[in-house]
Design a protein around this ligand. Structure first.
Ligand code: PAF
Length: 282
C-alpha cells in the first residue's frame, strides 16, 4: 500500500494502474475509519482491481460553529486499517493541496441540497460536492462508494455525477450498525456512555416505522409518529421527515413510492443522523 500526499504523485501512481487496464474503485473519507468505511472498501475491492481511499477532513463542508477543529483524527490507525483491508493507495493530502491560495471555484448543488441537513447546515453540500468533484478529478475512479447513512449526500453526489457528465459510477453501500442498531459514525466517539445508551432510540424509532409499514401502514404522518415515539430520549430533534427517495420532497399519503425516513438529532452535544428506506419489497 502506498500513502500519497500530493496530486502529482497520485496521478503518477494511477497512470501506471491505468496502463495496466485496471479498474479503479474510490472511497472518499474524512478518516477515523470504522466498519462502515471498511464495508465501502470491501465493496470497492469486490468490484474493482485497485482501491484508493482518500483521507481528508474537508473544511468547506463544516459551518463556522461546527466540529472541524475537534473532528476525530487518527491517521496511523487509519493507515493500518487500510493496509489490512487491501487498499492499494491512501491519498491523504494537506489542506493547501486541495484548496490552494486564492481558491474560489465551487460546485453549487440545487434542490436536493435544500431540505433535511441542507436546512440546518448551510453550505454543507456545496462543500461536499466541491471536494468530491475535485477528488474525482484527481483519482478519476471508475466507481466511487458512499454509505447510505449519508442519504442526502448520496443523492447530491449522484445528481452531480449526472449533471456534470462525470465518468464515475456512484454506488451506495448499506449502513453498517452496532449490534443494538446504532448507525456507525466517526462522531459516535463523542458520546458518553449514558448518551450512547440514549442514542440507540434513533434507530429504534426508524425500525419501528419500518415495521409499521411492513404491517400495511401507508399514512405518512402515522409512520413519522411511530418513529417519533422513540425520540423522546434525544436532547434536540432537528428533523424527522419522510421524503421521496428521488426528489427528497415530503412523501405523500398513501405511500406508494420508495421513501426515506430521515432523522437528525442531538444527543448531548453530538449531532447524529440516520435513515431507513421504506419501500414495498419486490
Ligand atoms: O462522507 C464523508 O466522509 C464526506 O462527506 C466526504 C464524502 C469524504 C467528503 O468530504
Amino acid at each position: 500500500m502506498k500513502t500519497i500526499t500530493t496530486v502529482s504523485e497520485l496521478r503518477r501512481a494511477l497512470a501506471e494502474v491505468r496502463r495496466a487496464n485496471k479498474r479503479v474503485g474510490f472511497v472518499p473519507t474524512m478518516g477515523y475509519l470504522h466498519d462502515g468505511h471498511l464495508a465501502l472498501i470491501e465493496a470497492s475491492r469486490s468490484r474493482c482491481d485497485v482501491t484508493v481511499v482518500s483521507i481528508f477532513v474537508n473544511p468547506t463542508q463544516f459551518g463556522p460553529n461546527e466540529d472541524l477543529s475537534t473532528y476525530p483524527r487518527d491517521f496511523q490507525r487509519d493507515e493500518e486499517l487500510c493496509r489490512d483491508a487491501g487498499v492499494a493507495i491512501v491519498f491523504a493530502p494537506g489542506a493547501t493541496e486541495i484548496y490552494p491560495a486564492q481558491f474560489e471555484t465551487f460546485i453549487e448543488p440545487g434542490e436536493l441540497a435544500k431540505p433535511l441537513c441542507g436546512g440546518f447546515r448551510p453550505g454543507h453540500f456545496r462543500g461536499v460536492a466541491t471536494v468530491v468533484s475535485k477528488l474525482f478529478n484527481m483519482v478519476q475512479p471508475d466507481v466511487a462508494f458512499f454509505g447510505q447513512k449519508d442519504f442526502q449526500q448520496c443523492a447530491v453526489v449522484r445528481r452531480m455525477a449526472i449533471d456534470l457528465n462525470l465518468a464515475t459510477e456512484i454506488v451506495t453501500v448499506p449502513t453498517v450498525r452496532e449490534a443494538d442498531g446504532l448507525a456507525l459514525s466517526s462522531r459516535n466517539r463523542y458520546l458518553s456512555e449514558e448518551e450512547r445508551r440514549r442514542a440507540v432510540s434513533i434507530s429504534r424509532g426508524l425500525f419501528a416505522a419500518m415495521e409499521e409499514f411492513r404491517l400495511g401502514g401507508r399514512n405518512v404522518d402515522k409512520l413519522i409518529a411511530v418513529a417519533n415515539r422513540y425520540l423522546g430520549t434525544v436532547d434536540r430533534l432537528q428533523y424527522l421527515e419522510l421524503v421521496d427517495c428521488d426528489t427528497l420532497k415530503p412523501a405523500v399519503s398513501p405511500l406508494h413510492r420508495p421513501a426515506a425516513l430521515c432523522v437528525a438529532a442531538y444527543v448531548g452535544s453530538t449531532r447524529l443522523i440516520d435513515n431507513v428506506i421504506i419501500q414495498a419489497s419486490p
